[in-house]
Write a protein that binds this ligand. Structure first.
Ligand code: MIC
Ligand code: SF4
Length: 659
């Protein structure tokens, strides 16, 4: 019988539910990963569940995001993570070892296995045939406790790749082309499954650059088959025993098929400040560039850095440009040195950072005011670089290195001969820097510094909810907008009271002060609300300040799951036009909402009260004193019975505590 790869892997991991698009399914999780910025909270949540040892086959705690250790807080977090790993039986990848996604691909990826990671770019491992999902920390904590991962079964979108790259065009251009066609909303509710004759020429790191940025399409995940290229990659890692072939059976029926002819692609770039504002580099030639960053979980493999090194051989970086290289892992850096790639980078004038995320999440490397920065990163959301009104372009290592040499955006094909870069058959493998879990008897104690603040208790949902609209925002709001990262805020990830003081401050600097002591409130949003990072802090920090209701046109997947996990009611407009008539300051009432939810209601009445009439069809209510105008609208709650229970008790942790 014809079957997609997705169906095969899901069927092999199905705990409950039916593999029909739109239905909730529960999957067994084989591997988990966390990174430091989401991991601290995830392990506090895991500890609250009272489980003695982690259950998945492989569970890894990586430290890659917050590396500068500007004070004790950061170092406290790292020590907490190291001692938690030893106590509960996880692998620990210390700071300097590399970015979680790159290191997991190198040292642990296994075709046909499932991976759940508290980072939205976890689908990177789909490049090696893993079914890998980004999720909030609490979902990962539940998987660590042996529980399945719940998700709404997506449709499978086939992506057929044909042809072969022309010189100076590479994997980044494939995913930028898909972003150009489908936009940051186009992948929602979908898994991308790649196939076609071009796969023969695509190495695993190239495939991983594509699956990585499937996250930017809003896709649930992306996956490639496991074939000769996968075996070659695993052999180069000394892990051929982890290979198992994986391909679609027969001629499966995809919900739709996108075709990309690699031969027809030209160098592309995503313009400021959204990954889908894609244009050919040629059309933007001459734009002056002052910073070029090559790195991140999307493009920091040995291949990517060697391309940059070879292109820079005998050349110098333009004097206007700061070129910075962030290797993806210690292994990449080690092999770069052995392959003779480090010297040309340094000789050309590049700065080389230790492996890690760095400027990708605003931990240093902020660009100057009013300057274009070209980055091989996956995201260019406004202000994410650490500079207000930044102008960040996303591009391939080829396009980035051309910008570094010319000091402006230029089609990299102007650089002449394309360097031939082939990886060694056997890489120098530095996996021994990953600390394996000690035997259960030798676990040791978890060490908590003052920056590790215990998880708060969250109140259950009241029978009838009433609160004010505290904020109204537009379309495609990111979790970076809701709770920014960067060098000031990232050290507070394990301290909820402190980090909540930054919630929504990008959109309204007064927000935390404005809502303080005012009970509970609501946020109104547009389409694709909460795209981007998986950080559950973007749900939890507003909840801590009293946000209990989010009413939007549509949600992004991971943020939606995080809202439910922390007891925030995720509502959508039945009539999207109602969005236009609502403003900050309106009072909302959801009569009998708790019982209605538990009864399975798919639509709820919402009363909106205002001081003044704001649309022609509001009616005057004489008895309501202060808020005389009322309108009733319908809102939708598209949730499973499990999610309804979570919301009623005030969140997943309350449910886990109840047992
Ligand atoms: C990101 O790229 O946005 C991050 C920073 O890696 C986040 C995780 C976080 O906010 O800690 C992500 O992708 O989920
Ligand atoms: Fe790190 Fe950037 Fe990748 Fe996020 S997108 S994991 S910040 S490198």
């Amino acid at each position: 019988m014809a079957k997609t790869i997705v169906e095969q892997v899901m069927a092999a991991h199905l705990v409950s539910g039916e593999l029909a698009p739109g239905a909730e399914v529960a999957l067994k999780i084989d591997h988990t990963l966390t990174q430091d910025a989401t991991g601290t909270l995830a392990y506090l949540e895991f500890e609250a569940m009272g489980v003695a040892r982690v259950r998945p086959e492989v569970a890894v705690s990586y430290v890659d995001h917050n590396l500068p250790q500007t004070d004790f807080r950061n170092a406290d977090d790292h020590r907490f993570l190291r001692t938690v790993a030893a106590r509960y039986g996880l692998y620990f990848s210390p700071p300097g070892n590399g970015i979680s996604h790159q290191v997991h691909l190198e040292r642990f990826s296994a075709p046909g296995k499932t991976l759940l990671g508290s980072d939205s770019h976890t689908p990177t491992a789909g490049g090696a045939g893993m079914l890998a999902f980004g999720a909030g920390g609490l979902d990962v904590a539940l998987a660590l406790a042996g529980q399945p991962f719940y998700l709404v079964m997506p449709e499978v979108l086939g992506v057929r790749l044909t042809g072969r790259f022309r010189p100076w065009v590479s994997a980044k251009d494939v995913i930028l082309e898909l972003l150009r066609r489908l936009t940051v909303k186009g992948g929602r509710g979908k898994i991308l499954e790649f196939f076609g004759p071009a796969l023969r020429h695509l190495s695993v790191p190239e495939r991983a650059a594509i699956t990585n940025m499937g996250a930017e399409l809003g896709a649930t995940t992306s996956i490639f088959p496991a074939d000769a290229q996968t075996l070659r990659f695993l052999k180069s890692q000394g892990r051929e025993q982890d290979f198992r072939p994986l391909k679609a059976q027969g001629r499966p029926r995809y919900a739709a098929v996108e075709e990309v002819d690699l031969e027809a692609l030209t160098p592309l770039t995503a313009q400021p400040s959204s990954p889908d504002r894609v244009a050919p580099v040629k059309d933007l030639e001459g734009t002056p560039v002052e910073q070029v960053l090559i790195g991140s979980c999307a493009n920091s493999s040995l291949r990517d850095l060697m391309i940059a090194a070879r292109a820079l051989q005998g050349r110098r970086v333009h004097p206007r440009v700061s070129l910075e290289i962030n290797p993806g892992s210690r292994q990449v850096l080690e092999n770069l040195i052995r392959a003779g790639g480090l010297a040309p980078l340094l000789e050309a004038g590049a700065r080389v950072m230790p492996p890690g995320c760095w400027g990708c999440i605003g931990m240093g490397q902020a660009p100057p005011t009013n300057a274009a920065s070209v980055r091989t990163f996956p995201r260019n959301f406004p202000g994410r670089s650490g500079t207000k009104d930044d102008r960040v372009y996303l591009a391939s290592p080829e396009t980035a290195v051309a910008a570094a040499i010319f000091g402006e955006l230029r089609d990299p094909r102007e650089l002449g001969d394309y360097p031939r870069v082939t990886g060694p058959r056997r890489l120098v493998v530095s996996g021994e820097t990953i600390i394996p879990p000690p035997p259960p008897g030798e676990a040791g104690e978890v060490v908590r510094g003052p920056n590790i603040v215990p998880f708060p208790q969250l109140a259950p949902l009241p029978e009838t909810w009433r609160g004010e609209v505290w904020l109204k925002v537009g379309d495609n709001v990111t979790t970076d907008d809701i709770l920014p990262a960067g060098s000031q805020i990232l050290p507070l990830r394990s301290n909820l009271p402190a980090i909540s003081q930054y919630a929504f401050t990008r959109l309204d600097p007064e927000f935390p002060q404005r809502v303080k002591g005012r009970g509970e409130g609501a946020v109104i949003g547009g389409e694709n609300y909460g795209q981007g990072s998986s950080r559950e802090h973007a749900a939890l920090a507003p909840r801590y300040l009293g946000v209990r209701v989010k009413l939007v046109k549509s949600f992004a997947r991971i943020h939606l799951a995080n809202l439910i996990n922390f007891g925030i009611l995720p509502l959508t407009f039945e009539n999207p036009g109602d969005y236009d008539v609502m403003t900050q300051g309106h009072t909302l009432e959801l009569p009998g909402v708790r019982q209605r939810l538990l009864d399975g209601a798919e639509r709820l009445p919402l009363r909106v009260f205002a001081e003044r009439p704001w649309v022609p069809d509001v009616r005057l209510i004489r008895s309501k004193g202060k808020t005389p105008y009322e309108k009733e609208i319908w809102v939708r709650v598209d949730l499973s019975a499990r999610q309804r229970r979570l919301l009623a008790v005030g969140g997943a942790l309350n449910l886990a505590r109840e047992g």
